[in-house]
Every structure is written in structure tokens, then in C-alpha cells.
Design a protein around this ligand. Sequence first.
Ligand code: ZN
Length: 159
Amino acid sequence: MDLNSEEFLGKRILSILVIELISSLRYILFMAYNELDSEEKSVIVGKGTEMPFTGEYDSFYKDGTYVCRRCNNPLFPSKAKFEAGCGWPSFDENFPNAVKRLPDPDGQRIEIECAHCGAHLGHVFEGEKFTDKDTRHCVNSVSIRFIPKEEKLPKILNK
Ligand SMILES: [Zn+2]
């Protein structure tokens, strides 16, 4: 067989393309964001707000880590959670660089997003004197997922 023949080169190119295709499929299948149900989507993508006092983590205090429900990025340690009585999970501190702040279109509040995937989390308020940190991240339960201390954190998803 002539290694410089067009047929051989064609087969080589084809096999490279097939390998590329398989690796991108693997990426899509195994690194894709967690699938969201319609309620999660309306909050995380549509920047909605769940009803107060209804979220699964509103009155929930266990040792562990809260990660982004869409991409698994660790957002808040359970030690930062406190009872604010506002009807939503409240945290006075996030993991470094895990949460992005942006002005809310309402012109008053500051919206918070997952810094990794842009999932809407809720809003952040300062100056309320709830804790020493004087900060309240007011977060929708459906935007986050609790991982107990004894469990390994899930892999962060990229797209
Ligand atoms: Zn995220």
C-alpha cells in the first residue's frame, strides 16, 4: 500500500475526524450541565423567585456544601448559613470568586449569579446587621443543591 496515496490520506483524515467526533460527544454527554426541571429553569435561567418559606433549604441546617444546581460549582459553605426569617436560604459568605454580583434591572437590588455558569441565585443585601459579616445572600433553594460533608463534591460541569 502506498502511504502517500490519496486513499490512505483520506482514511487517516476520516479516522481523525471520527476520533474528534467521539471526544466531543463524550464531552457533550458527560460534561453537560445538569438537566433542570421547569421550576428550576424558571428561576435559574428566567431569573425568577421561588415562593418564600417553600424551598427545601429554607429551614435546613446540616454540615456540608451548597453547590450550583446547574453546574455543581461550590457556592456556599453550610457554616455561612443563618436564619434570617425572610423565607429563603440566607448565607453571610460565599466561597472566594464563586458568586458574581450584578446590578438588578430593578435599579435597586444586586443580583447574584453562579460565577461559573451564570445561573441566577437570588440577591445580596448588605447593612442589615444580621451577622458579623453584615451580608445576606438571599438564595433560591432551587438554584442550589446541598452536598453532605461526608459526600464527595460532584465534578464541576462546563457547558
Ligand atoms: Zn453554576
